[in-house]
Design a protein around this ligand. Structure first.
Ligand SMILES: Cc1cc2nc3c(=O)[nH]c(=O)nc-3n(C[C@H](O)[C@H](O)[C@H](O)COP(=O)(O)OP(=O)(O)OC[C@H]3O[C@@H](n4cnc5c(N)ncnc54)[C@H](O)[C@@H]3O)c2cc1C
Length: 654
């Protein structure tokens, strides 16, 4: 026994630390032959080849694969899931688990505009959520959006500034999205007819019910993903049918997961980094009878909601249903033009031939951990910013295997030049630091000033960081995020108010100078202080900060009491004594928007747009959905919807 293992299962990101700690302990305990202790001496021997048949073979046991397996089993199909890692989960397991989908019962309802509560899926009555300062201005921008065809020519002579919707709205809309825009304008007008008199009478925006509709979600996914290649030769945006389908069908996700035992926070619609609006849903876990003893066990968090619930549903449905872990799919079997199975190899070299009577679903995730592929395909980022040194938030198995296998049977790919960089990653290892931009300021370490609208899309934030951040501890684009320590970080954030070396510190503004000096920043703290005060005063007064304007403000950086209607008591404002959460962050690769081409049933398409018989794809392995930039929280919605859709298409096709 020793530490000669690839990783510690279930502790992916802390594996190295755990192995180091065990090595230290072994040394202290007097282990003399350290080489033997740390080397991988486990011998494996291939078993007899395995060959078997299922209705559906799913490649990849992340969220999309699990959703496909659960839906296929519910449709009566037998299912095999092949997973490369030692456990199911993929990136879905390490995700924040927040997914975008408006819950109509929590937002403004035109048929009952003054309602302050709504009935949830579980039959309980919930308070509707409030709007956030700035949302109405954004709605007004959309209301005035030009309905002319999108004027690409304008941007031949003018720089396209991603995220600047004031400007973009003057230059028309891609024709496919015009009907959505027109329907959305009607919805917004109805809301403003109700809201404007209240605002005029002095009601703060933060005391009105939030406006949020499926059309707003579709339209924001469109403009948040509309991007131009670096050489200005091409544009990209999400396919309107794929976007509409995942957002509309996303409305059924919560009840579907809840039916299998998942549990969610039912009464909030928060935002997260690069999400553009307030419509995130947060899981809690699942209550599921996994061992069949008639008693439900409680599973917490992502593991419960996204794995135990669908996994139990599919494993219990049929004795033949199975998950093969530590098994890498390598090749699709194609007979007479139809994909009919998968060849894979187990960790010990055992060969697996899995035949699929009805269909194969590729759900192998993206390739953001394959920096070579990311760099080779890049059409968007300046190589100075995205290169082989760039870190990733992803797990190591996300290499793009599914894309390679699909291409080998003639699949087309789309959007491969666009990789999302996560603007709030830890500098020490590239992992996601979690958070949102609506409650924080991002400070340029050189000038001490804000440099970007923190509620922008992720590519806008990352670009701003590269241009304004510094090189620190070998990483480019490092900036200082400051928020009030009492404002919680959404998602599974691991730290409270404690210091975490090189990552997070809790200080007052008076203590900031020493911290920055210790960490090697020579930022002028008086300028940071003036920046924060100007920012906070703008929020209190309902105006915009002098440096960079911002679309949504949900919290001050300093302390300030509030009135019952949510407005601030300006004379109680206090920055000097406020506990501030200070984080040092930088961009790293996060999501690959490109992937195999699919239709709305998630059939995989060839270069002529024809369906490759028997082959389906779901989740991040697919392209064409998020355009050149994915909105925060759209992935989880999409992967679960597309997994289910692929399974349903298999049923329809057979
Ligand atoms: C840290 C982090 C946080 C995130 N937070 C959010 C969030 O809060 N909200 C949101 O919407 N999105 C979030 N995302 C994005 C989202 O999690 C992913 O896009 C999504 O989980 C992808 O799901 P998937 O099922 O397509 O792929 P994955 O969940 O990555 O699963 C793919 C699986 O396929 C397996 N596999 C790969 N190749 C093979 C092979 N050859 N043979 C067998 N198996 C193979 C992999 O090991 C993996 O288990 C986050 C991503 C990360 C990395």
């Amino acid at each position: 026994n020793g530490t000669g293992v690839d990783a510690v299962s279930g502790a992916t990101f802390s594996s190295k630390a755990l192995k180091d700690a065990v090595n230290d302990a072994a040394e202290q305990a007097g282990v003399t032959n350290k080489d033997a202790f740390t080397s991988n001496t486990v011998e494996t021997k291939a078993q007899d080849p395995i060959e078997d048949t299922w209705d559906v073979v799913v490649v990849g046991g992340g969220g999309a694969g699990m959703a496909a397996a659960a839906q296929a089993a519910q449709n009566g199909d037998s299912v095999l899931v092949i997973e490369k890692n030692a456990e199911v989960g993929g990136n879905t397991l390490v995700s924040g688990g927040q997914y975008q989908s408006v819950m109509p019962y929590l937002v403004w309802d035109p048929s009952d505009p003054d309602a302050t509560t709504g009935k949830g899926y579980d039959g309980n009555e919930y308070n509707k959520v409030k709007s956030v300062q700035g949302c109405i201005d954004e709605l007004k921008t959309i209301l005035n959006w030009s309905e002319e065809p999108f004027d690409e020519d304008y941007y031949k002579d003018h720089e396209y500034v991603a995220g600047d919707i004031e400007e973009l709205s003057k230059h028309g809309v891609v024709a496919d999205y015009l009907p959505t825009l027109q329907a959305l304008k009607k919805e917004i007008q109805a809301y403003l007819d109700w809201a404007q008199p209240k605002l005029d009478a002095g009601t703060p925006e933060s005391d009105l019910t939030l406006f949020s509709t499926v059309n707003l979600h579709i339209f924001q996914t469109y403009y948040g993903g509309l991007r131009q290649s670096a050489d200005k030769s091409s544009w990209i945006y999400g396919d309107v049918d794929l976007v509409s389908q995942f957002i509309e069908d996303g409305q059924d996700l919560k009840p579907w997961l809840e039916d299998m035992g998942s549990t969610f926070v039912e009464d909030t619609q928060p935002t997260l980094i690069g999400a553009l609006w307030y419509r995130e849903n947060q899981f809690i876990g699942a209550d599921v009878d996994t061992d069949g003893d008639g008693q439900k066990e409680e599973y917490k968090g992502r593991w419960g909601t996204y794995f135990v619930a669908p996994m139990t549903s599919f494993l219990n449905a049929n004795d033949h249903n199975q998950i093969m872990t530590r098994t890498t799919a390598e090749e699709l079997i194609q007979e007479d033009g139809r994909v009919s199975g998968v060849k894979a190899t187990m960790y010990d070299g055992t060969e697996v031939t899995a035949h699929a009577k009805k269909g194969v679903v590729l759900a192998t995730g993206g390739y953001a951990a394959n920096i070579k592929k990311v760099v080779e395909t890049n059409e968007y980022w300046d190589p100075e910013y995205l290169n082989e040194k760039t870190e990733t938030t992803n797990r190591g198995s996300l290499q793009g295997d599914g894309i390679t296998m699909a291409e080998a049977v003639g699949a087309a790919t789309t959007g491969m030049g666009y990789t999302q960089l996560m603007p709030i990653s830890w500098v020490d290892n590239g992992d996601l630091a979690f958070g949102g931009g609506d409650y924080a300021v991002y400070i340029n370490p050189t000038t001490g000033k804000r440099f970007v609208d923190e509620t922008s899309e992720r590519d806008v934030l990352s670009l701003g960081e590269f241009r304004n951040g510094i090189e620190w501890n070998g990483h480019k684009g490092v900036f200082i995020e400051i928020a009030n320590a009492a404002t919680p970080i959404p998602g599974p954030y691991p730290y409270q108010d404690e210091d975490e070396d090189g990552r997070q510190y809790v200080r007052t503004i008076g203590e900031l100078a020493d911290l920055l000096k210790e960490e090697g920043f020579d930022t002028d703290v008086e300028t940071i202080k003036a920046t924060i005060e100007d920012y906070d005063q703008a929020i209190i007064n309902g105006t915009q900060p002098a440096d960079v304007s911002k679309k949504q403000f949900s919290a001050l950086i300093g302390d300030c009491e509030k009135n019952d209607d949510g407005s601030y008591k300006a004379d109680t404002y206090n920055l000097d004594d406020a506990k501030l959460r200070i984080r040092f962050l930088a961009p790293s690769t996060h999501h690959t928007m490109g992937g195999v081409a699919v239709d709305t049933k998630r059939h995989v398409l060839d270069a002529d747009g024809k369906v490759i018989d028997g082959l389906y794809a779901a989740g991040e392995v697919t392209g064409g959905i998020h355009g050149g930039n994915r909105l925060g929280g759209n992935a989880i919605t999409e992967i679960f919807v597309s997994g289910r859709t692929a399974a349903n298409a298999i049923t329809e096709d057979n």
